[in-house]
Design a protein around this ligand. Structure first.
Ligand code: AMP
Length: 115
């Protein structure tokens, strides 16, 4: 828990969110400003600012985030059509919330390279 962290507050349920999945390690909720017909975020309950701050101790947590993202995509009906998982790191990637999160995006075709 990091004081003042928006996503820690969602984990603590002091800030509301539309939760779509949770277990002992991760939480998933709808993005407040979706950029695709389906847009959810998967976060670890543990506070870590981003993937660049992960250490070997975080290997299991990182795997759990990825598998939860897969499960969320399945639950939200994206498995057949496909989906994109995105982890933004730092300013150039546009990371705006400093608590590691994996975007689950789907419901429309997506271009490559990303903007
Ligand atoms: P990023 O730009 O990769 O750091 O992604 C942060 C995401 O968090 C953005 O897509 C925001 O729309 C989303 N977001 C910010 N505040 C909230 C909130 N209170 N509930 C749900 N999603 C949020």
């Amino acid at each position: 828990m990091s004081t003042g962290c928006l996503f820690c507050n969602i984990v603590a349920k002091t800030t509301p969110a539309q939760i779509v999945f949770e277990d002992d390690h991760v939480l998933a909720f709808r993005d407040l400003r979706p950029v695709a017909p389906t847009h959810a975020l998967v976060i670890p309950r543990k506070h870590i600012t981003g993937v660049h701050d992960a250490t070997a101790e975080d290997v299991e947590m990182l795997g759990r985030v990825m598998l939860a993202a897969r499960d969320v995509a399945e639950k939200l009906g994206l498995a057949g059509s496909g989906y994109r998982l995105v982890v933004n790191q730092g300013a150039n990637a546009g990371q705006s919330v400093l608590h590691l999160h994996c975007h689950v995006l789907g419901g429309r075709p997506m271009g490559w390279p990303p903007g």
